[in-house]
Ligand binder design. Structure first.
Ligand SMILES: [Zn+2]
Ligand SMILES: [Zn+2]
Length: 169
C-alpha cells in the first residue's frame, strides 16, 4: 500500500509495504531492465505541520552488462529511503523532498519509489571485481586466457594505450 490517507496518518505512523511488479507502469521510461519485483517497506509518519517523513527501503534486481567484458550480469539494487513530503514549498530544496498539493488528501509514495530507485541504480557494473575484460585490440575475452596480441601492456595503462591507439588512427 503506497498511497496513505492523511486522516490515517493523523492517528499515527503507518507501515508501508508493497511488492511492485517489474513491469509496473511506474518504472516505465527508467531505462533500467528490472528482473525482480520491487519490494518496498517502511514507515510513514507526521513530522510537524504539513510535513511527513517516510523512512523506508527498496530492493530489486536488474539486468546489466559487465563494463569490461560485456557479459550479462544480474545486479542487486538496494536503497534506504529518507523522504520528506511537505505542503511547504520552502522545504523542498532537499533532493529527497516531495511536494504535497495543498488540497492533497493522501500521500502517494510511488513517485518517491521511482526516484529513489533511479538514484540507486549503479552507473556501471562488472561481472566480478577482477574481470580481465576484453582485449582492446583483438576483442578476445581475457577471462578465458591470454590472446596472441604482442606485448601485454600493464592493465593500469590499458585505457591510456587504447586512447593512444585511437589518436594514432
Ligand atoms: Zn566482466
Ligand atoms: Zn588481443
Amino acid at each position: 500500500m503506497l498511497q496513505v490517507d492523511l486522516r490515517e496518518l493523523a492517528r499515527g505512523a503507518v507501515e508501508t509495504r508493497a511488492d511492485l511488479p517489474a513491469n509496473d507502469p511506474l518504472f516505465e521510461g527508467l531505462d533500467v531492465v528490472l528482473t525482480d519485483p520491487v519490494r518496498v517497506a517502511g514507515r510513514l509518519q507526521a513530522a510537524g505541520e504539513g510535513r511527513f517523513y517516510w523512512h523506508g527501503s527498496l530492493g530489486t534486481r536488474m539486468a546489466g552488462q559487465c563494463r569490461r567484458c560485456l557479459a550479462a550480469v544480474s545486479v542487486p539494487v538496494e536503497a534506504t529511503i529518507d523522504a520528506l513530503f511537505s505542503h511547504d514549498p520552502d522545504a523542498l530544496e532537499d533532493p529527497s523532498s516531495y511536494a504535497l498539493a495543498p488540497e492533497a488528501i493522501e500521500i502517494d509514495l510511488r513517485p518517491a519509489v521511482r526516484e529513489e530507485l533511479l538514484l540507486a541504480v549503479p552507473r556501471w557494473v562488472v561481472c566480478r571485481e577482477d574481470c580481465r575484460g576484453l582485449c582492446p585490440r583483438c576483442g578476445k575475452d581475457l577471462n578465458a586466457g591470454p590472446c596472441d596480441c604482442p606485448p601485454a601492456v600493464d592493465s593500469r595503462w590499458r585505457g591510456l594505450a587504447a586512447l593512444k591507439d585511437k589518436l594514432r588512427d
